[in-house]
Design a protein around this ligand. Structure first.
Ligand SMILES: [Zn+2]
Length: 293
């Protein structure tokens, strides 16, 4: 009886393995706008700006190209986080219906809202270089008030900041896309698939590839990134996390000193030691977004 029972158990496990469905991947996609293919001026990224609606369509189409490729690879659960400005840019009804979508910007984790350790991978598209990068198309970090942001002594932009958050959660960034200055900068921090969507001619002007070309390149890069998912590297984050932020003026640093533990480095720079990225991220967001000059 014992023998029969264990054989049955074995058979049950075996038949389960033989018919086991492909593991469903969980993918997080953060979508900014400045680095989307076909966007060559700031106007297309600004509500009320010339051709902003075109910008929204280009952004939505780029997300759909990546999403389609993920589903070509196999079953997936995909979360899209709108990550630009008021974070209400993607045209929801035109998004691939198989995704879920976070809209709106009053969220503590901003560009990484919804990302946690349960995800297999993160993808950043439409990204731009960090504040002060020469030639970087529409380069900034968080907002125009920030001159520079450092984590454990390493200067980061939005891509670097978000990669640190993902890294602490154990989630690898497998693909990132934006202008040539962004991809070069991000590539120095993270080894992943990179798609250059345009070339920055100046901080305000880009030389564009056609959107169709960009979407094709994104599809190919997505396929490659998923094929090498097992070997993807997670950014290691040292704890505690030393934050340093330099502002364009002196008012914000003064106000921020009200936060216990916040230290003044000089007239425009403050520093803070956070336990980890989970503490650091919402604090950084508060520092540049909710403390006004
Ligand atoms: Zn943006």
């Amino acid at each position: 009886m014992k023998f029969i029972r264990s054989s049955l158990v074995f058979l049950t496990i075996f038949s389960h393995l033989a018919s086991a469905p492909l593991k469903q991947l969980k993918i997080f996609i953060s979508v900014d706008m400045e680095g989307i293919g076909g966007i060559g001026t700031g106007e297309l990224t600004r509500y009320g700006g010339k051709d902003y609606e075109t910008g929204r369509h280009l952004m939505t189409a780029e997300v759909n190209a990546v999403v389609k490729e993920i589903f070509e690879n196999g079953p997936a659960e995909i979360l899209i986080n709108d990550s630009h400005g008021d974070m209400q840019n993607l045209i929801h009804q035109n998004l691939d219906p198989r995704v879920t979508y976070i809209q709106g910007n009053i969220k503590p984790l901003g560009m990484v809202q919804g990302l946690d350790a349960s995800f297999d991978a993160a993808i950043f598209i439409g990204y731009h270089a960090r504040a002060g990068t020469p030639r970087g198309f529409l380069a900034h970090t968080g907002s125009g008030a920030v001159k520079g942001l450092w984590l454990n002594g390493v200067e980061v932009g939005e891509g670097g900041l978000n990669a640190h958050y993902a890294g602490e959660q154990g989630v690898p960034v497998i693909l990132a896309a934006g202008d040539d200055v962004f991809t070069e900068q991000f590539g120095e921090l993270i080894k992943c698939e990179l798609v250059t969507t345009k070339w920055a001619e100046s901080p305000k002007v880009a030389r564009l590839k056609h959107g169709e070309v960009v979407r094709k390149e994104l599809s190919e890069a997505t396929a490659k990134a998923l094929a090498s998912l097992k070997g993807a590297t997670r950014l290691k984050v040292r704890k505690p996390v030393a934050i340093k932020m330099k502002f364009s003026g002196t008012t914000q640093p003064e106000v921020l000193l009200a936060i216990p533990g916040m230290k003044q480095e000089d007239g425009t720079t403050v520093s803070y030691e956070a336990k980890n990225m989970e503490e650091a991220y919402p604090l950084i967001r508060l520092m540049y977004k909710y403390v006004k000059p």
